[in-house]
Design a protein around this ligand. Structure first.
Ligand code: 5GP
Ligand code: ZN
Length: 123
């Protein structure tokens, strides 16, 4: 769990070009890069460029920019990985499943029976 102060967290280092990452998209307020863990092939993170800990800390403009960038990434991922589904996941706080405390949205391509437990059983 990464609780580093602003500017020193791993995502801030990626944004500053001080840590390597496969960056796939950037705009004024957001940056998107491949998740190191790749829950499924094509798993991308959309992070705010500003160090904001979680959803609660975002401005309205950042909220809008994150969703717009997520849709853009979703479309690119659909072209590149031809998934049959897609899951967006965004974790806040330890108990919400957050491990890097710099806001990010997960964009996860999904396939039938991929065994990924991002959705709970429903009828
Ligand atoms: P969270 O658990 O906070 O929702 O998601 C954190 C994500 O960041 C995890 O999926 C993890 O694989 C990813 N991650 C952690 N460290 C790095 C890193 O140094 N580079 C990249 N690209 N992803 C990372
Ligand atoms: Zn940060």
């Amino acid at each position: 769990i990464d609780t580093s102060p602003p500017g020193t967290c791993i995502f801030c280092k990626i944004i500053a070009g001080e840590a390597p990452a496969a960056i796939v998209h950037e705009d004024e307020l957001t940056i998107a890069f491949m998740d190191l863990g790749q829950v499924t092939p094509g798993h991308v993170l959309v992070a705010t460029k500003r160090h904001a800990q979680d959803l609660y800390a975002l401005t309205r403009a950042e909220c809008a920019a994150v969703m717009q960038a997520s849709q853009h990434i979703a479309q690119a991922v659909r072209q590149a990985f031809t998934p049959s589904g897609l899951t967006l996941l965004q974790a806040n706080g330890r108990d919400g499943g957050q491990t890097v405390f710099h806001f990010h949205m997960h964009v996860v391509p999904r396939h039938a029976d991929d065994g990924v437990a991002l959705t709970w059983p429903r009828k």
